[in-house]
Design a protein around this ligand. Structure first.
Ligand code: SF4
Length: 331
């Protein structure tokens, strides 16, 4: 631990973004006394955002279950017996109905998730029609469909896709403990195609999967070394779903989760940091600390793909008690 360590002296405070984060730098942030880390994260947050605003996204599973991949945390993998049934791709009208409801409830961004290794071109036609329809409603559009080729990324961009989500999940070292059916490099490749196509990148990870702090350091150091930083950085707490290999993983200390959010905020000061999966099991006090640490986005709505999420009324009430308001869509 070093109170003398001041990564903010290296360009961060001067309005420049750093992309040369070393593990030592990121590790030193994690090691700061909690109050010091929170102060630094909140200071950087205020330089870049209104701390009373929270960006609201809604996530809809447009194609649930039956995925051939083996992500150890995921109830949608066909390899695990989790009770999630494989369904067909939703129809356009049903998706647009959900998007209208999300917009009415205050969402500014509508994310569509499909449990695929990668989309087939035929499926991509249908998704592009959804993107066009959602965009026409005045919502920001986001999709998470698995790996993409460069051509697929360009097609999605032409359809009006604003964001593509593809998480790194964890550190490069721990990755093979979690997924064996695609490698870290595959993920970076998809991110590269998305970036090249001119789509904003939404990329983060999951903590509480049995990784060490070094792995959390490695994950943030990798994310913060992307150039540019992902515009949106979801930090998920593992939801331990019965039937998945990680079902019995010991829970992560909530304060360590808050630290992870704070370090992500500090290292990627202009990115929107999203408090994503796992909020259902988090106390309101932990969520409030995450906002204080610089989280400024949540998913709204009772479900995140297949796992529970706090209901909209509950979230509205919490936002009201914290004096926080929805962020307007921006570009
Ligand atoms: S996380 Fe995505 S790719 Fe992995 S098993 Fe689940 S749906 Fe498939």
């Amino acid at each position: 631990m070093s109170l003398d360590f001041d990564p903010s002296s290296r360009a961060q405070g001067a309005g420049q973004l750093r992309h040369d984060w070393t593990r030592a730098d990121v590790g030193a942030l994690f090691d700061l006394p909690f109050a010091e880390l929170m102060f630094r994260a909140q200071s950087v947050h205020r330089q870049n955002f209104d701390p009373a605003e929270v960006q609201i996204s809604t996530l809809l599973s447009i194609k649930t279950g039956g995925c051939p991949e083996d992500c150890a945390y995921c109830p949608q993998s066909a390899r695990y017996d989790t009770g999630v049934r494989a369904e067909k791709l939703m129809g356009l009208d049903a998706v647009l109905g959900e998007a209208r409801a999300a917009q009415k409830a205050g969402a500014s961004r509508f994310c569509m998730g499909a449990a695929w290794r990668e989309p087939k071109d035929r499926d991509l036609d249908a998704v592009c029609a959804m993107v066009e329809g959602v965009k026409a409603l005045g919502l920001e559009t986001c999709a998470t469909l698995g790996m993409l080729t460069a051509a697929q990324a360009r097609r999605l961009k032409e359809a009006g896709l604003d964001y593509y989500n593809h998480n790194l999940d964890t550190s490069p070292e721990f990755y093979s403990e979690i997924i064996t059916t695609r490698c870290y490099e595959d993920r970076l490749q998809t991110l590269h195609h998305v970036r090249d196509a001119g789509i904003h990148v939404c990329c983060g990870g999951i903590v509480g999967m049995g990784e060490t702090r070094d792995d959390r350091v490695g994950m943030i150091a990798t994310l913060a070394s992307l150039r540019p930083h992902p515009e949106s950085v979801p930090i998920n707490m593992l939801v331990r779903v019965a039937g998945t290999p990680l079902a019995e993983t010991p829970g992560l200390d909530p304060l360590e989760f808050v630290r992870t959010v704070a370090v992500a905020r500090f290292c990627m000061p202009r990115s929107v940091v999203r408090l994503s999966a796992g909020r259902e099991d988090m106390s309101e006090e932990t969520q409030a600390l995450c906002f204080l640490a610089g989280a400024n986005s949540i998913f709204y709505g009772p479900k995140l793909l297949t796992t529970p999420n706090p209901g909209r009324d509950h979230d509205r009430e919490l936002m009201g008690r914290l004096g926080m308001a929805p962020m307007e869509p921006h570009d």
